[in-house]
Design a protein around this ligand. Structure first.
Ligand SMILES: Nc1nc2c(c(=O)[nH]1)N[C@H]1C(S)=C(S)[C@@H](COP(=O)(O)O)O[C@H]1N2
Ligand SMILES: [Mo]
Length: 326
């Protein structure tokens, strides 16, 4: 991408090169700089023109109001990196496989079944699910257990909105997330790397924490298939694998559910899997991480923070030995 350096030092791409995502990313920096008084109205007008030019490309827009209280100020991961360096084993185990293979995923029609220990079980069409609560944008860090992290502007609403609607019974202690398992659409489920369908779980109070985001979009658009379209979870204080993609069923249950990664390697992947720099993975340290998009020659590794920096969730684990409940 060609970059023009404006007199005030802000990088603006040429309009002929611009894509909606690039525009989105530069716009975010831009808005902050406008707010800080660093940019005048002429530059603002120029930006508006570029935006008008860029419209009409890419995935469907998913407008949402930024929730600053739940947003990280870190530099965002470029859209290109966030959508080409993925884990989605249903489409293959290489980082580039999901982007290459997930085109076959059919995200409409799509229904999500919500069942189990609830007073109001329901099966919702994706369009009904999208309208269940107001969409928010939240810029979350997400750290993979493999030692890399990204910063992504997600779009969705708190999973607690679902909990409110279905009214769990007193027996509902956990929530199980079950994802699509269709060999016709997903070449990877022929392999035996994991037990399919990919399932994940949370304690109900974790699922009810406002940070737990039922996610439909990123960078102002609906999710690309490789990032878990049409609906996934994003749990920023837990390792990435807890954030199940392409969910088809949500089950409220009495007992701690089995989860795909825990079944495949119980010593390595526990039920909680909170980001914790003090608990090493049996095969590597978890004390630091590589931020995707910053992996140049001079990029330093970052220190990993307890709960990935989301200390709001600490009360959920008060009194628990997090070395034991990893
Ligand atoms: N269904 C399903 N969900 C999944 C996975 C998967 O293989 N299948 N991989 C997980 C892992 S290991 C990570 S790190 C995140 C990656 O999300 P991203 O590609 O949107 O960054 O998705 C998680 N959700
Ligand atoms: Mo991961």
């Amino acid at each position: 991408m060609l970059i023009k350096r404006s007199p005030n030092g802000i990088e603006l791409p040429f309009s002929s090169e611009i894509t909606p995502r690039e525009l989105y990313e530069s716009r975010r920096t831009f808005i902050k700089q406008v707010a800080a008084g660093a940019i005048g109205s002429a530059a603002l007008l120029e930006m508006a023109n570029r935006e008008a030019f860029a419209q009409g490309a890419g995935l469907a827009k998913l407008p949402a109001k930024l929730n600053p209280a739940y947003s990280a100020l870190d530099k965002q991961t470029p859209y290109k990196d966030a959508t080409t360096y993925n884990n989605f084993y249903e489409f293959g185990t290489d980082k580039s496989d999901p982007a290459a293979n997930a085109g076959t995923l059919k995200t409409r029609p799509w229904t999500v079944q919500i069942e189990g220990e609830v007073k109001k079980p329901m099966t919702l069409d994706i369009d009904a699910l999208l309208k269940l609560a107001p969409m928010e944008e939240r810029i979350y860090r997400l750290r993979c257990v493999e030692g890399w992290s990204m910063v992504i502007p997600w779009v969705g609403y708190s999973f607690s909105e679902i909990i409110k609607k279905v009214e769990p019974t007193g027996n509902a202690k956990y929530v199980e997330f079950i994802t699509l398992n269709d060999r016709k659409q997903m070449p990877g489920v022929g392999s035996r790397v994991l037990e399919w369908p990919y399932t994940e779980g949370l304690r109900i109070d974790e699922a009810n924490h406002p940070l737990a985001l039922l996610t439909f979009g990123m960078y102002g658009e609906v999710l690309p298939n490789q990032n878990g379209a049409p609906v996934r979870m994003v749990l920023p204080w837990k390792y990435g694998f807890k954030s199940a993609k392409s969910i088809v069923k949500i089950r409220f249950v009495k007992d701690m559910p089995r989860t795909s990664w825990n079944i495949s390697a119980p010593r390595e992947y526990g039920f909680y899997s909170n980001v914790n720099p003090d608990v090493d993975h049996p095969r590597w340290s978890q004390a630091s991480e590589r931020r995707i998009g910053e992996d140049g020659f001079l990029a330093r590794k970052r220190k990993t923070l307890m709960f990935n920096g989301y200390s709001d969730v600490a009360p959920l684990y008060a009194g628990m030995d997090l070395k034991k409940f990893y």
